[in-house]
Design a protein around this ligand. Structure first.
Ligand code: ATP
Length: 340
């Protein structure tokens, strides 16, 4: 039986990179069938009347797996973030973003191999903003004990499963003593009670960023609340070659949505310049997730093949412009297919 994957092409560069990735998945023998649903501006343009139509959410609830392109979020006004809405509505509370140095992609750093685990449902992303009196805006940062506990538990369990040695919690509990303090409290408990085999450290986020750019190899798993996780993810992307090479996944208890760290990149949308590698790497995460959770060896084989093939393409210098090459989105996908 093949696995049904809900495909959300999104908007901006989303449809281009999604097409390119599906092409590689099909040629690599991924045992998937796809059912496409709309989200974001694309859903509005198609007359669905909502950026996150109920039928899209329902399809993900039913099939439990989705591969998603980015959706544009208007800045300062307009509709609220579809990416954030999806994570909240499906309770995809753990964002996981592996950041690794890649063969053939030279940066200032070698040997980066870390994972950002980001709480995905609350913090300042709760989106509770009010103008309490004229000219005074209040944004509320939400932290609940339950969400702090489950993300801490998730991060340590993931560390254990993936044989990682250390969890570093980035926080600002010297200033946000209550909200960030709650995450510290829960992480300490989870560590002491269930995972004392894994090293654990707490770093104030500003100093942590300095250490990160001085020596990223000292980090293994970085655990953050929502906003810090967003910011540190892009910083980490910069360590290994940029947003074109950073995959991600959002896990809940009932579903998982795989998407690149990058956004919809309106500046290059429709120009066939976008690097599909970050979404392709997210698709490899999806294959591994299905291989582990549904014991399907075909997925593990396809994941290996794709990883080896894009590795060869990078070493051969067959890359998109963001990595210094000359290939367009589909040309890169073809370069990977030729090396499968
Ligand atoms: P959003 O608001 O949708 O999250 P953003 O403002 O965070 O978007 P991105 O869309 O992530 O920004 O893009 C930031 C920069 O990185 C842009 O200059 C964009 O062109 C570039 N970029 C992002 N993704 C890619 C990609 N896959 N390939 C090449 N360049 C990319």
């Amino acid at each position: 039986m093949d696995h049904t994957i809900v495909l959300l092409p999104g908007d901006g560069i989303g449809p281009e990179v999604t097409d390119a990735v599906v092409h590689v998945l099909e040629r690599a023998g991924a045992p998937f069938v796809y059912t496409t649903r709309l989200a974001g501006q694309a859903a509005v343009d198609a007359g669905k009347g909502d950026t996150l139509p109920e039928e899209t959410l329902q399809a993900i609830r039913e099939h439990r797996l989705a591969l998603k392109g980015p959706c544009t979020t208007p800045i300062g006004k307009g509709f609220s973030s579809v990416n954030v809405g999806l994570r909240k509505r499906l309770n995809l509370y753990a964002a996981v973003r592996p950041v690794r140095s890649l063969p053939g992609v030279s940066t200032r750093f070698d040997g980066v191999d870390l994972v950002v685990v980001r709480e995905n449902t609350e913090g300042l992303y709760a989106g509770i903003e009010n103008e309490i009196v004229d000219g005074v805006i209040v944004s509320m940062k939400v932290a609940t004990r339950a969400a702090c506990h489950r993300i801490a538990h998730w991060a340590f369990r993931y560390a254990n499963q993936k044989r990682r040695a250390k969890v570093s919690l980035f926080h600002k509990a010297n200033i946000m003593k209550m909200s960030d303090g709650l995450l510290l409290e829960e992480a300490r408990k989870v560590h002491a009670i269930d995972y004392s085999n894994i090293a654990y450290e707490e770093l104030i986020i500003d100093a942590a960023h300095m250490k990160l750019v001085q020596d990223p190899s000292r980090f293994d798993i970085i655990l953050c609340e929502n906003l810090y996780g967003d910011i540190v993810s892009d910083l980490c992307a910069g360590l290994v070659g940029g947003l074109g090479v950073c995959p991600g996944a959002n896990f809940g208890d009932d579903a998982a949505v795989f998407e690149a760290v990058h956004g919809s990149a309106p500046d290059i949308a429709g120009k066939k310049l976008a690097n599909p590698l970050a979404l392709l790497m997210s698709a490899v995460m999806l294959l591994r997730h299905v291989s582990d959770s549904r014991a399907d060896a075909r997925c593990a084989v396809a994941a290996e093949r794709i990883e080896a093939a894009y590795g060869k393409a990078l070493v051969d210098g067959a890359t998109t412009r963001d990595l210094g090459g000359t290939l367009g989105t589909f040309e890169f996908a073809d370069a990977v297919v030729q090396r499968l």
